[in-house]
Design a protein around this ligand. Structure first.
Ligand SMILES: [Zn+2]
Length: 154
């Protein structure tokens, strides 16, 4: 679906809501089958569900244009929206990694601005929680992947 740049446009809103409905329906189907063979801990499953939600509502591939998701992310994603073109890198299967990399760069810049001495402790913390971060990446990746497939099929 091509997003309309007019934020108040009815067609645009429907597209955004359709993405949310389809993404949530797909993850509910996944979770339904998941219960039959539990291989994730409750923490890992919780992280996946939270980041899947974030990837569906906020950090969607449509962050590359003036859209409801980019508006919801506020000023932090403004540079990303300006630098990218719609249906560019974020609408590729690996697009969520660009979004995650962008978040890492922004967080690093914020830390550097306030107190650079926190930068390496920050990276150390990320490494400490690398097992949990894997499920966060999977949550965002899968929600973005479903968005791209929906765009492709519509
Ligand atoms: Zn899209």
């Amino acid at each position: 679906m091509y997003e309309n740049n007019n934020v108040g446009n009815v067609t645009y809103m429907t597209n955004y809501i359709n993405h949310i409905i389809i993404n949530f329906a797909l993850v509910l189907i996944l979770l339904f089958f998941y219960q039959q063979n539990t291989f994730l801990s409750n923490t890992q499953l919780g992280i996946f569900i939270i980041t899947y939600f974030i990837g569906t509502v906020f950090l969607t591939p449509d962050i590359d244009t003036r859209s409801e998701p980019s508006r919801r992310c506020g000023v932090l994603f403004k540079p990303y929206t300006i630098m990218s073109h719609h249906r560019g890198q974020t609408h590729k299967w690996y697009g969520s990694f660009f979004i995650i990399l962008y978040i890492l760069i922004i967080l690093s810049l914020i830390i550097i601005i306030f107190d650079p001495s926190y930068l390496f402790p920050f990276y150390n913390t990320l490494l400490t929680y690398k097992n949990e971060i894997v499920y966060a990446v999977i949550g965002i990746f899968l929600s973005n992947f479903f968005h791209i497939v929906t765009d492709f099929l519509s």
